[in-house]
Design a protein around this ligand. Sequence first.
Ligand SMILES: Cc1ncc(COP(=O)(O)O)c(C=O)c1O
Length: 431
Amino acid sequence: MVSNCLDINEKGNLTIGGVDTVQTAKEFGTPLYVFDEETIREACRSFKKSIDQYYDGNGMVLYASKAFACKEMYRIVGSEGLGIDVVSGGELYTALSVGFPADKIFFHGNNKTLDEIQFAVKNNVGHIVVDNITELNTLNNVAKANGQKVNIMLRIKPGIDAHTHDFIKTGQIDSKFGFALETGEALAAATLATTLSNINLTGMHCHIGSQIFETDPFCLAAVTMIKFLQDIKTETGVTLSELNLGGGFGIKYLESDKPRKYDEFMREVSKSLKAKCEEIEFPVPKIFIEPGRSIIAPAGITLYTIGAIKNIPNVRNYVSIDGGMGDNPRYALYKSSYELVVANKASQPKDFIATVAGKCCESGDLIQENAPIQTPQVGDTLAVLATGAYNYSMASNYNRIPRPAAVMIKDGIARMIINRESYEDLVRNDI
Ligand SMILES: Cc1ncc(COP(=O)(O)O)c(C=O)c1O
């Protein structure tokens, strides 16, 4: 199956982390997000080990917490020694609420509000990744008012096309994120940043996209960014010592996906980067990476209960579930692929072609179209695999459907990490 934590037990049921998913669905109800803690920890360790190895201890892994953020996730990545990136006051608040070390937090976002900037400065966030000139000036003023000097990086669009889906490709020039390299905008911003009294420009950041399988775009981005650091040195006389290369490492959603080992990305990128540094005699900077999906997606699945099944002759079979785009909007947004398994029939052949429909009042509320599954019946448990990233974190209350609970599996035991929302939760802020 697409993730090592998944298997099939003697009853023919799907397991995650050795736990029977059919039992888990019964115990906690559906829809239910289920995560395997060991898989998360292994991914954290694997990234950490390879960045240490290939950058001679001068590197750091930041978990991109937009992929899946909750208190327990911050506790887990914190205990593995990772830093994090956050993109909102809400993510920052959640991390700080469990005592996540502020100096290991990078704060991103293309339109941070004044409140968010003040909140980050007041809490001594380690780095703010500045997206635009308005933010740069606001941040300098906030830092001045607080009598602080804040570490920043600038988010750069290095102009790399990573051959990925248009919606998740952010490094090219037509993007709402960051400063463009090729127009001179980035160099002008860097020059300005070095002159501001309450700003400490430590380095540059880029993120070229998501779900990328090739190493070449990452190598090219790294080389481009090193060259840019050299241009900054030439222009301003300042040698920046940090470079954040973002996330975007591809994962296996389908059996046909062949992602590389994370170690290979690290090895190849470090080779290109170090070669460029040597060529232009620029000191190798401290390297940061920001994997999100690759840390959490393979560790998560979502369990649903199958309800109505409709066969439209010569058209398709609709299999309805008790969740949908509210808990997983990725198919509606990007036509994302997923592997599906009827959890209580996992050892049976997938002899049925299903379009899995959610329960929202929206025709586009689909989880997958014309996908193979075991022949379903009302009451079966459907598992959607590799849903750990950008599912719970993108969930909504559309149609006032409460968000599902999440459980974490460790040592054969499932523990609740996010309670199921209640109807009372839905009206809590209504007046
Ligand atoms: C700045 C930045 N860093 C890291 C990530 C994480 O990307 P992924 O989850 O694909 O690793 C993203 C995703 O959008 C991002 O925008």
